[in-house]
Design a protein around this ligand. Structure first.
Ligand code: NAI
Ligand code: 15L
Length: 275
């Protein structure tokens, strides 16, 4: 669904990491109204800059000096780069754990005042699907990947308390063109709603470190955003329009992790390295 929104005064320069990824490719277009220049970065190749309003910079998040060069001159960072699924710990360490430290250290050194962090529902993935969670529940990461996002949220709290750098951590549910299975009927976040949430996260005053769940206005939601009400996020889309298509899929067993846990199959990934 396409929505019309009032565009706020654009930032001079915004940095988007993970720009070659699934969401990065979408945000490359949808974030344009919010920046005079959008700096796009990834370790993977990207399409060249379309015009003077884009900058393309290859960067490995695990490389501290490269991240420092990347962050120079930006007003805010939308941090979407890193490993986005469950992998052995050693593969997550550089991109996600060292990477988030490099992003905040570079933000501190270059005077960047706000970070939008693509966190994940996998920081609370071991809660059951019949539980409703707000942003203050104890985290229950379901994977090394979820642990890395949990660490990222702690990093955000530390850099706000110590250095006053504000963050909105978005515990994104499942942001794809459409929900792919029954679990995603609850966790789905449309691209339009993601863009609206990023706009709010960029422009809302005094966010400190705000944690917000990123889901559309789905019929059966597991997440309560009362502690992020100051952002003014009002999702417009709903997974209901895809219900018939999703429910045409075979029904998983009642004890399948995808039917039991909020994090779905991630709770059952691994172990790694036993071979
Ligand atoms: P993706 O895997 O398509 O994109 C991630 C990008 O990060 C890739 O282009 C990859 O090349 C890049 N990357 C990996 N290692 C890197 C490194 N060392 N240095 C620089 N870049 C590196 O993932 P997607 O779906 O676009 O997600 C974007 C972000 O949102 C990720 O941080 C993911 O964890 C988070 N997220 C996404 C959700 C979704 O439903 N799509 C749900 C929850 C969180
Ligand atoms: C995530 O954090 C992943 O990045 C994405 O690929 C999906 O698996 C999503 O969570 C989800 O839980 O559906």
């Amino acid at each position: 669904m396409t929505t019309t929104r009032t565009v706020q005064t654009p930032f001079n320069r915004l940095l988007l990491t993970g720009a070659a990824g699934g969401l990065g490719k979408v945000l490359r277009n949808s974030l344009k109204p919010y920046a005079k220049v959008l700096r796009l970065s990834d370790i993977a190749p990207m399409a060249p800059a379309a015009d003077a309003r884009e900058e393309v910079q290859i960067c490995d998040l695990a490389d501290k000096q490269a991240v420092h060069r990347l962050v120079e001159g930006v007003d805010a960072i939308l941090h979407f780069g890193g490993v986005s699924v469950e992998r052995p710990f050693e593969e997550i360490l550089g991109p996600n754990i060292s990477g988030i430290f490099h992003i905040y250290e570079a933000a501190r050194r270059h005077g960047v005042k706000r970070v939008i962090f693509a966190s994940s529902n996998h920081v609370i993935g071991f809660y059951k699907q019949d539980e409703t969670l707000d942003a203050h529940v104890q985290r229950r990461p379901d994977s090394y990947y979820g642990l890395s996002k949990s660490y990222g949220e702690d990093m955000a709290t530390f850099y706000f308390d110590r250095y006053g750098i504000e963050t909105v951590s978005i515990r994104i549910g499942s942001s794809f063109p459409e929900p792919q299975n029954r679990r995603m009927m609850s966790t789905w976040l449309s691209f339009d709603d993601l863009t609206q949430l990023l706009e709010r996260a960029l422009y809302a005053p005094d966010v400190g470190h705000t944690v917000v769940y990123g889901a559309s206005n789905n019929a059966n939601v597991w997440w309560d955003n009362r502690f992020a009400a100051h952002l003014g996020f009002e999702p417009k889309d709903s997974s209901e329009v895809f219900r018939d298509k999703v429910e045409a899929q075979p029904m998983p067993a009642a004890n399948d992790p995808s039917m039991v846990y909020q994090g779905g199959a991630f709770v059952a990934a691994g172990p790694f390295g036993d071979e």
